[in-house]
Design a protein around this ligand. Structure first.
Ligand code: SF4
Length: 127
């Protein structure tokens, strides 16, 4: 079966609107052609979106004993889109102890994705 899907490439600020032609067979999808992309990265992005969409997750984690109650964090790589909400559940329950340093691993290998969650800011200890 041949399908058409409209997709916006998010690789750069150009945000090209692409029409992606997809072949679906026995539940497996593959990109047949892409139109509207401004550069070769568009079809690569479309292929990844169709077969294994993934995102970097950015959020905050609670800090105990710090001069701030939350520290901004992000995944040190992309996690599959289907894992974003389960990862958010883990992060929602997580806490870290001040002091926290930028780049410090707060959650290692979140849900077995092989991706660590790291702090994006320093939080000093509250005295
Ligand atoms: S297709 Fe190329 S130019 Fe267009 S948004 Fe993607 S990366 Fe940018």
């Amino acid at each position: 079966m041949i399908l058409k899907e409209n997709m916006t490439c998010i690789i750069c600020p150009m945000g090209c609107s692409m029409e992606v032609t997809i072949e679906e067979e026995n539940g497996a999808k593959k990109v047949v052609s892409v139109a509207g992309n401004g550069c070769p990265r568009g079809p690569v992005y479309a292929g990844k979106e169709i077969q294994n969409p993934a995102r970097t997750l950015t959020t905050t984690i609670a800090v105990t004993g710090g001069d701030l109650k939350l520290v901004p964090v992000k995944t040190l790589g992309e996690v599959p889109v289907r894992m974003l909400m389960p990862c958010m559940e883990v992060i929602k329950r997580a806490k870290c102890e001040a002091p926290v340093e930028t780049g410090q691993i707060i959650v290692r290998d979140i849900l077995g994705t092989g991706v660590d969650v790291v702090a994006c800011a320093d939080v000093a200890r509250k005295y």
